[in-house]
Ligand binder design. Sequence first.
Ligand SMILES: O=P(O)(O)OC[C@H]1O[C@](O)(CO)[C@@H](O)[C@@H]1O
Length: 421
Amino acid sequence: MDIKIDVSWSGISKEGIEVHAKGVEGALDKLWSGKESMTGWVKLPLETGPDQLEELLNTAMLIQNQCEELIVIGIGGSYLGTRAAVNALVGYDEVYGTGVPASRYPVIKFAGNTMSAVYLHKLQEDIRTKEVCLCVISKSGTTVEPSIAFAVLKEALIEKYGREKAAKRIYAVTDAEHGVLRQEAEAEGYVSFSVPENIGGRYSVLTPVGLLPMAVAGIDVKSMLAGAEAMATSPVWDLDGTDYAAVRYGLWQSGKVLEIFEYYEPQLEFFTEWLKQLFGESEGKEGKGLYPDSLRFSSDLHSMGQFLQEGNQIFFETVLYVEKPSRDLQVPAAAGDLLAGKKLSQINQAAMEGVAAAHYAAGIPLIKIGIPEINAFYFGQLIYFFETTCAITSYLMGINPFDQPGVERYKEEMKKKLLEL
Ligand SMILES: O=P(O)(O)OC[C@H]1O[C@](O)(CO)[C@@H](O)[C@@H]1O
């Protein structure tokens, strides 16, 4: 079974979708041609061999035996995929993919995505009081936020263990040849992995960038890659899969400027953060693109529900719903006649259908993406599905989905300010 895509409430007709069929086909051909730069992610799930995986899994096991906490240092594409997977998959099953009890896996914490001294102080304290390893991830090796966090936490690690032993607790994922992090990894003898040159940060989650820390957390990365491979080769691309890309493009052409990803399971919270970077950095260029945002239901229904129903309709909604949640619960009698005895999954489903019906009646375009279950396999499918969709829509918009020239602007200004300090 694959994830399901339902565009029947999108307001774009079959004919409206058909108009873009040639463009979509051309985009898919371009992606699979192997000739476009930065498209290494397209065949990645099919090309990741058992040897590569074995090395990664062995390292993950080494880290599991070394520490009770792994601090993953990175920002943007170098951390959001792992955070999304950890948030979605860790802690919801008795045992993970390997059948090993959950308590055996190190806790994963994240650093290098803010410049909060308060937070770094807490992590320094963790290093002083617990067995900790660091996994520093930066393709360029020069990004300011992770560079600061790495310097601070490495110092704490060296203070505790001494330089030589600290180096055995530091793992690096960076460019194969370039950058200061690669140089340092070689000089200090960190165990390290490479980010393939032809894969950019936001498309790198299924490389060691995501797979190494996920494997440490006990996530079944083989199953995740299998899910991505199943999606890469799925007939869904001949059926409804590409419809979503065409519909997004059609809605953008009709004047919509905002796509809101909505979810009813908090496990998907960081997945939508990952989606925001994927779509925002890929499409937001040349005055074009759909601004990606996310809402968590039910919470946000009670804060943003009014705007959605009756406010300025500059947006459309993409609902991510889970058919079979990891756990369920029967509502006790004390909740009253309307709710008592019903399962939370049923009530959540009723909320999802009720909200969709009310919004559809108000003329809001709505797309539904059904996820059979939240597990590593479907997580892999989702990653691959959205990466491909994003690339197709970007091509339809006439945008290169694989660069991010605009991000450099603020970095230059910030550098000027830093020189003044
Ligand atoms: O892995 P790096 O080079 O530290 O970059 C992290 C992130 O920063 C960006 O370059 C934007 O600043 C993203 O594209 C990337 O995912």
